[in-house]
Write a protein that binds this ligand. Structure first.
Ligand SMILES: Cc1cc2nc3c(=O)[nH]c(=O)nc-3n(C[C@H](O)[C@H](O)[C@H](O)COP(=O)(O)OP(=O)(O)OC[C@H]3O[C@@H](n4cnc5c(N)ncnc54)[C@H](O)[C@@H]3O)c2cc1C
Length: 172
């Protein structure tokens, strides 16, 4: 929940920020405070909580009550749809790039010929070009090098700068 609320996780059906009533967080002074929706900014894969040096502890969300079997059926339907389009059985970090406004990052990468491109054991998925999969022993450096290769390819082909959705942690 912390990561989802900080990054405004979502899919093409909506983002978690759309559901927030209030977020509870621990601030730098060690105090627990409530942040109502009107004090928060949520944008595509970004929220004012990211980088705000707060530790999210919980949230009150506005949800629609539904019968458990209907919820389960919906989850199964969405998972089926996802497994047909995304390499959910391979090791990956999810979508690598944010979607530019006009077109999905995966489509751009696919059209530019990125599918199957690799650095070491890191490979652009053949199922969905916005996923980099680990074929076995890929290092973080190989994944990052492949990310940069993809960015260069799309920049050269379409003059569009792809912005990573994943975050880079540690020393580079
Ligand atoms: C296979 C796969 C599929 C994915 N599909 C999607 C998708 O469809 N849509 C999507 O939006 N994302 C997707 N993701 C990306 C990501 O995993 C999700 O957004 C997830 O919600 C992140 O949550 P996390 O707890 O793993 O956060 P982390 O990855 O651990 O952290 C993400 C960010 O949130 C911050 N953070 C984490 N916890 C807190 C906290 N308690 N308080 C404050 N800040 C915090 C971290 O510092 C970091 O900056 C996918 C990832 C994978 C691996």
């Amino acid at each position: 929940m912390g990561g989802a609320l900080a990054t405004n996780a979502g899919t093409d059906t909506g983002s978690i920020g759309d559901l927030v009533i209030e977020v509870t967080a621990l601030n730098q002074n060690g105090a627990i405070a409530g942040y109502p929706r009107d004090q928060l900014v949520y944008r595509y894969r970004w929220s004012s909580l990211s980088g705000a040096k707060l530790i999210i502890l919980g949230a009150k969300l506005s949800l629609q009550p539904a019968a458990p079997e209907d919820v389960r059926a919906k989850i199964n339907r969405l998972l089926k749809k996802r497994s047909a389009r995304q390499p959910i059985h391979d090791k990956s970090a999810g979508s690598i790039f944010k979607n530019p406004e006009a077109i999905a990052a995966g489509k751009l990468l696919d059209r530019a010929g990125a599918k199957g491109m690799s650095v070491g054991d890191a490979e652009v998925s053949l199922t969905h070009a916005n996923f980099i999969i680990n074929r076995g022993r890929a290092t973080a450096a190989e994944v990052r090098a492949l990310i940069e290769k993809c960015q260069q390819l799309v920049l050269q082909t379409y003059e569009i700068e792809l912005e990573p959705e994943v975050e880079f942690a540690g020393e580079w």
